[in-house]
Design a protein around this ligand. Structure first.
Ligand SMILES: Nc1ncnc2c1ncn2[C@@H]1O[C@H](COP(=O)(O)OP(=O)(O)OP(=O)(O)O)[C@@H](O)[C@H]1O
Length: 338
């Protein structure tokens, strides 16, 4: 049941496996995450961390061969445990901006017919009114010729216009929750700012909320309230953006160092080593082999989440402000991908 004090979205210890050559391997491990009402939560981490799987686990859109093996997803007080639980939610109460917008659009229908269909699925409205709403949404997203885009097929549009068409589809029915997977990657800074301003203004009012997946810590610093940092299929730090960026998990501090260096046009100090891939044998903390402050304990014991100020961190040795390289916090959405 809806309760104005409960979180809009709660993922509790969600684990997901995918079928590999040698059996099922974990891609998400005990992911716990909340989106409060009126809150935009960022999800950040290197490629392969499990960000997209997190989005898909919430939406019940796991790819073939992947399955949720434990945990729960609760949206507005309702547990989403069966495919039919999603039937009345996706496209209406939950909007999704997928990572590859050109592939996400249906190639045999115009953008306009897809937008009109989504709007009419969620609202009692005439075709004409739905079309006007679609045009207005595209215009809000900075599309200069929305009527032309409505008449176009995906293959006739640039990547940026396909992206904005997907965002318009996600927002079409004023969903309570929007999950956006890299919604502005590749767009120029002005358009990116316009889209993220619009997403934020839509999502932080009326008890709505959003999950914004990005490689870009500058985007998170500017537009999100809280952030979850993912590593090897896990949330390793979660909390208010300013806190997570200031101090805590050494991995989050490493990402911050890279983002800040890029923002200042300085060669970043890369985090040594590579991200483990699903199926790798992990002993102790998955980040330990790359961590500047790891000890024998880290290599032996997998850290459980524990409070660190207002954050939760999976780390035996969280670092205080300025203990690791990094010069402050990234401030804006330049090319600061991690
Ligand atoms: N369909 C699939 N089947 C099996 N494994 C997959 C599949 N899709 C992704 N993976 C693997 O699952 C892991 C998590 O992938 P995911 O796409 O969630 O990462 P991500 O953090 O979103 O990365 P990126 O930033 O590159 O999008 C990766 O190691 C990836 O190689």
């Amino acid at each position: 049941m809806s309760d104005s004090h409960s979180a809009l979205l709660e993922m509790r210890d969600v684990s997901v496996t995918v079928r590999g050559a040698g059996g099922d391997v974990p891609v998400l491990r005990d992911v716990a995450l909340e989106v409060g009402r009126g809150e935009l939560v960022g999800v950040v981490g290197e490629t392969g961390a499990g960000k997209s799987f997190t989005a898909r686990a919430v939406l019940g859109l796991l790819p073939h061969g992947a399955q949720r093996v434990s945990g729960s997803v609760v949206f507005d007080g309702t547990e989403l445990d069966k495919p039919r639980a999603y039937a009345d939610l996706r496209g209406t109460r939950m909007g999704f901006v997928p990572q590859n917008p050109r592939l996400a659009l249906d190639p045999v229908f115009t953008v306009g017919s897809q937008l009109v269909a989504v709007i009419r699925r969620g609202q009692r409205t005439s075709r004409k009114q739905a079309r006007a709403r679609g045009i207005a949404l595209l215009a809000d997203l900075g599309v200069h010729e929305p009527e032309r885009v409505m008449r176009s097929y995906a293959h006739q549009l640039s990547g940026g216009l396909c992206q904005r068409a997907c965002i318009a589809i996600a927002l079409a029915n004023d969903p309570e929750l929007v999950i956006a997977d890299e919604p502005t990657t590749g767009l120029d800074v002005t358009v990116q700012r316009q889209i993220l301003d619009l997403l934020r203004s839509q999502l932080v009012r009326d008890g709505r909320g959003g999950l914004l997946i990005t490689h870009d810590l500058g985007v998170i610093a500017t537009w999100c309230d809280r952030v979850a940092v993912m590593y090897a299929g896990r949330v390793v730090a979660v909390g208010p953006v300013a806190d997570v960026l200031r101090e805590g998990h050494p991995y989050a501090q490493g990402l911050k160092g890279i983002a800040v260096a890029l923002e200042h046009g300085v060669e970043p100090v890369a985090i040594p080593g590579t991200v483990p891939t699903p199926g790798d044998q992990i002993e102790g903390c998955a980040f330990a082999p790359r961590c500047a402050v790891a000890t024998d304990r880290c290599r032996a014991d997998d850290p459980a989440p524990r409070p660190y100020g207002d954050q939760l961190v999976r780390c035996h040795h969280p670092v205080a402000d300025a203990e690791l390289p990094g010069v402050g916090r990234p401030t804006r959405s330049k090319e600061v991908g991690v």
